[in-house]
Design a protein around this ligand. Sequence first.
Ligand code: BG6
Length: 492
Amino acid sequence: MNKSSLKACDVIIFGGGGDLAMRKLLPALYHLDMDGLLAPTTRIIGASRRELTAEEYQTKVRAALDEFVPSSVGDDDTWSRFKERLNYVSVNAQEVSDFSRFNDNGVGDDGRDVVFYLATSPDLFGSICSSLATHGLNQERMRVVLEKPLGRDLVSSRAINTEVMQNFSESQVFRIDHYLGKETVQNLLAIRFGNTLFEPLWDSAHIDNIQITVSETVGVEGRWGYYDKAGALRDMVQNHLVQLLCLVAMEPPSRMDADSVRDEKIKVLKALRPISGANAYNKTVRGQYAKGVVNGKSVQGYFDEEGSNPESRTETFVALRADIDNWRWAGVPFYLRTGKRLGQRYSEIVIQYKAVPHSIFSDESNRQLQRNQLIIRLQPEEKISLTVMNKVPGASEGMNLQPVDLNLSLTEAFQNKRSPEAYERLLLDVMRDDATLFMRYDEVEAAWKWVDGIMEAWKQTSERPKEYASGSWGPAASMALPIKDGKNWHDY
Ligand code: BG6
C-alpha cells in the first residue's frame, strides 16, 4: 500500500475499556502504527461509561499492550507516537446528550473520515447510532463497525439492522466477522482465483466432500451465562463457519470488490438446503463437554463452570452436514464441525478430491492409493498443503506408492513478513472504506434463516446434546456423521 495515500481518520471505540478493545482492537491499531499504516494525524478515542482521563486511558492501554503485544515493550518510538493518538471520552451510550462530547473533542473535524467501532452489546447499537445522528455524526464519511452477535435469530437480527439503518446507510455499516480477516482465509481467494490450477477442478465432478473444522481447546472461560444463551451454532457456525463455506463454494466474482464478492456469497447462502424437522437427526450432532484432560491439564465440565445450570441444553459442540443445491455442488457434502474443549486448537478447510476413476496399479499399490487432498490450515500455523501420490524411491520397491505433501508454509515462504492479526487487516479496510471482507445485511439474514431452521428442529426434540470428554474430538456420533455417507473426517 502506498503510505503517502494514508488518510487521516478518527477511530472511536465504544466499549473502549472492554476485553475486545484491550485484547484485539488496540493491539491491532498499535501494529498498524508500527507498520506505518496509520496517517500521522489519525486519532484513536476510547469511549465508555467510566470516568477516565486521557492519561489514565493511556496507562490502561499501555498495560494491555505489555500483556498482549510483548514485542511492544521497548519500542519507545511507536509507543510515543501511539500514545499521542490516544484520547478518551466518557459517554453513557443511552444518554443522548453525552454524545456532544465527541463534537467537543473535534471528532470528524477538518472533513476527515470517522470510524465508530461498536464493541458493545448489540442492544445498544440502535441507540448509539441514533445519538450519533442527533449530533451530526452519521455523515457519509462516517462509518459504524458492528461486532457480533448480530442478533440471536432472524427476527432479532432484523430488528438490530432496522434500528441501525434508520441513521446509517448500508454502505456505512461494516459487520465484522474476524475470520474473514485471517491471512489464510484471504489466501483461499488467492489460491482459487489467482491460479488456473484449482478452479477447473473445483466442483462436484472432482471433489468428493469438503470439511471445515474449527476446534478450540478453551472452554467458556468464565462467561457461562453469556455463552449459554448462544451455543456453538450461533456463536461459531452462523458466522465464522458459514462465511468460510461461502468463500469455498462461491462462483468467481467478476472483481474483488465488496458487492461483487458479496453477491456471490449470498447465492451460496440461498442455495443452502434447509435442515429442518427429522432431517436434523441425520444431519446434525450436538454435544456438551464433560470434564477431561486438555493439553495435559485436568479441566472441568460445562456444568461445573461457575454460574452453570444443569438443565441447560446449550451445545458447546456441533457437527453437521450441509448441502448446496446448485450445479457446481450437487451431491457434494460439506461437513462442518466446531467445539470447545476439544483435543487440539486448530482450524482447517479440507478439500477431499475423488478417487482416480480407474487404477492401473497392482492390488498392493491400489491399497496404498489415497485421494488428493487440499488442506488450508488457518491456525495454529498458516499453511496450505496438497497431498499427492508418489512412488517410493528404490528399484526393489516395485510400484510402491505413498502420499506426499506439497507444502506451502506461509511462515516459511515469507520469512521476513510478520503475519498480521485478523483485526489489523479489517480495521485498515474500514479506515479505507473497503467492505469486501465484511458482511452485508442480506448475508447475515440468510445465514440466520438457515440456522433458525436447525434451532427450531432441535427445540422440537426431547434429546439432550451428547456428552463428550474434554480433550476428545467431540461426541462419538459426530465421528459417525460422515461415515454414514462412506466418508471420514480428516485427522489432524
Ligand atoms: C468468537 C467466539 O467469535 O470466536 C468465541 O465468540 C471463539 O467463542 C472465538 O472462541 C474464536 O476465534 P479465534 O480467532 O480464536 O479462532
